[in-house]
Write a protein that binds this ligand. Structure first.
Ligand code: UD1
Length: 421
């Protein structure tokens, strides 16, 4: 099994170029299904989830050519209306195929999603919204079978929770629907704004993205587009925490500092010296840090995707702190693994109480999901001695060139793939 081996205790120092956002790239790639014209997407990270999305597009009827961080998407044949289990099980974001295919074909059958092991993660908000747009839905043989009769119709849709995926799916569907769609209680994440910007460049009429109400006037047709994906705020936050946990100094390039505000504010409160300019953020450890509580919230709150990494940092700060997870159930699978490093953590429902320890010691640990994996790597970088992190395929889903980027700033880290260094 592939592993990461880390000899911890090195202060990380240097520059990191942040990659394009995974969570933006996936919906943007699916959005290319809305046109038959060629599309060129730039700043696309090389990750397992991106490869799955490209495999999806190829299966459905596109031809995709990836070269470095650029992807060209061309029409290839008639679209299929099926999203098979073999592709959907690899990535939960596969449900984003529903919006564009309902818009183009008026029907799509999607295998029920898999993805990270972080809670139930149902898709009821997506399905309720599609129903409001005139879609008939049944579940049969492990597939959600949907049909929109003669076409999708715009409507007012109020989400019970501002789901990121559901907001994206409805944006994708409503762009080509008949009439006006209004999403109330929409997600406000920067990835939503990126998708709306791309769709508007294709000729869509979307206003209000980034606020709680988004209005989409359906259009007949969308055209090809050239679009560059926004920087990955979660990858960036992970490296800022790497600077804090190793008492180092890291300069991040290719970032949007405003997307990182919640994490930067907390790190500053802990005592990190952080400076933001146009597209860079520098983080410097100057003195012992103080622990700070976090409570995950939808954007612009503290991101759930940084909760595990934050917890790793708190494990080493003198004093008590508390982490509250509000977005997902069961997103504490990293707690038991952090305890293997010697961390003092107790789960109490939605809370984890943390007592900082003087030192973590290297340990063999196992990754349960993508961001838990990042937390374990961070703990390994700070721990005394050798750590081996296994099941790293989760990390391949979300961190481009993780080993190379960490090595460049001084980490003693190597990936052992199937026993080969
Ligand atoms: C996206 C991100 C993920 C991030 C999450 C929250 C991608 C590819 N993934 O995931 O990294 O952690 O946003 O910021 O962009 N829910 C329902 N019913 C639904 C949909 C969601 O109950 O129909 C619940 C989920 O179980 C979860 C919460 O709502 O508890 C948030 O989910 P959602 O915002 O939809 O996250 P994703 O789009 O799956």
């Amino acid at each position: 099994m592939d592993k990461i081996v880390i000899n911890g205790g090195k202060k990380l120092k240097g520059e990191v170029k942040v990659s394009g956002s995974k969570n933006s790239a996936l919906p943007i790639l699916f959005a290319t299904l809305l046109t038959d014209e060629p599309c060129a997407i730039e700043n696309v990270p090389s990750l397992a989830d991106v490869n799955t999305t490209l495999a999806f597009l190829n299966f459905i009827g596109k031809r995709t050519v990836k070269s470095g961080s650029k992807v060209k998407i061309l029409a290839s044949g008639k679209y299929k209306h099926i999203a098979p289990y073999d592709l959907v099980r690899r990535m939960r974001a596969s449900v984003l195929v529903m919006g564009p295919l309902l818009a183009r074909l008026n029907k799509v059958d999607v295998s029920l999603p898999g993805g990270c092991a972080i809670g139930a993660r149902p898709i009821d908000i997506h399905l309720e919204a599609f129903k409001k747009m005139g879609v008939k839905i049944k579940v049969e043989g492990g597939y959600v079978k949907t049909a929109a009769g003669k076409g999708l119709k715009g409507n007012k849709i109020e989400f019970r929770f501002p789901s990121v995926g559901a907001t994206e799916n409805i944006l994708l569907a409503a762009a080509l629907a008949k009439g006006k769609t209004e999403i109330v209680n929409a997600a406000r994440e920067p990835e939503i704004v990126d998708l709306a910007d791309m769709l508007n460049k294709m000729g869509a009429k979307i206003s209000g993205a980034g606020s709680k109400t988004i209005v989409i006037e359906g259009v007949e047709k969308l055209r090809g587009v050239k679009h560059s994906v926004i920087p990955d705020r979660i990858e960036a936050a992970t490296y800022l925490i790497a600077a804090a946990i190793t008492k180092g100094k890291i300069l991040l390039k290719n970032v949007c500092p405003e997307h990182l505000k919640a994490v930067i504010d907390k790190l500053k409160k802990c005592g990190m010296e952080i400076k933001e300019t146009g597209k860079t953020v520098s983080a410097k450890w100057v003195n012992d840090l103080k622990p700070r509580n976090i409570s995950t919230e939808v954007y612009p709150g503290f991101p759930t995707d940084v909760q595990a990494q934050w917890m790793a940092l708190m494990c080493l700060l003198k004093g008590k702190s508390c982490v509250k997870e509000n977005v997902f159930e069961n997103r504490f699978l990293h707690v038991a693994e952090l305890q293997r490093f010697g961390a003092d953590l107790t789960i109490d429902g939605k809370f984890v109480n943390i007592k900082g320890v003087e030192q973590l010691s290297g340990a063999p640990v196992m990754v349960s999901d993508l961001r838990a994996g990042a937390a374990l790597v961070l703990a390994g970088l700070a721990a005394k001695g050798r750590s081996t992190v296994s099941r790293i395929y989760h990390l391949d889903r979300g961190y481009e060139l993780l080993e190379r980027k960490l090595k460049k700033i001084g980490a003693d880290i190597k990936i052992v793939r199937n026993g080969i260094k």
